[in-house]
Design a protein around this ligand. Structure first.
Ligand code: HEC
Length: 133
């Protein structure tokens, strides 16, 4: 009995301690910088006529409810952002999980385009079920 309890402490101790120390990592930031910033820029400014901005982007603000689908399945065929027409293609990021997409969206709405609202993982999950490719 005593042995079992000692064993439990050895297993659970590090788990409890580790989960209490904040890791200091911002997964949304890491993901954004790895998966989006190449084209849309670290600050979300976009790149001339090639890549649309995310910062102060009217298109994104009007289509926030489609952002999760846009990240997973990409978009093409052209769109107008702040009066500028873009005729490119964005590939879908099929390997990102719902959680990754959730982290990216909230990173963007917190740091790049504060006109967007924060979303819950449930909202993102519901949106991804209804995506039209
Ligand atoms: C390889 C370049 C590339 C990458 C990487 C990329 N995009 Fe895009 N993105 C584009 C292009 C090009 C368009 C415009 C597509 C069109 O013209 O139909 C676009 C359009 C958009 C739009 C709609 C227009 C706007 O600016 O409001 C959003 C939102 C967006 N991308 C978000 C993201 C996010 C979030 C990521 C990271 C998960 C990402 N993109 C990764 C190239 C890219």
């Amino acid at each position: 009995m005593k042995l079992a309890r000692t064993f439990l402490y050895i297993i659970l101790g590090p788990v409890i301690v580790c989960s209490c120390i904040p890791s200091g990592r911002d997964y949304g930031k890491e993901m954004y910088e790895e998966k989006c910033a190449n084209c849309h820029g670290i600050e979300g400014d976009g790149l001339q006529q090639l890549y649309p901005p995310l910062k102060n982007a009217d298109y994104l603000e009007q289509n926030q409810d489609k952002l999760a689908c846009l990240i997973r399945f990409g978009t093409q065929g052209g769109l107008v952002v702040n009066g500028v027409k873009f005729e490119g293609k964005m590939e879908g990021q099929h390997l990102l999980s719902d959680v990754d997409i959730h982290n990216i969206i909230n990173y963007i709405s917190k740091n790049i385009n504060p006109n967007l609202k924060q979303v819950t993982i449930t909202e993102v999950g519901d949106q991804l079920i209804d995506c039209k490719e």
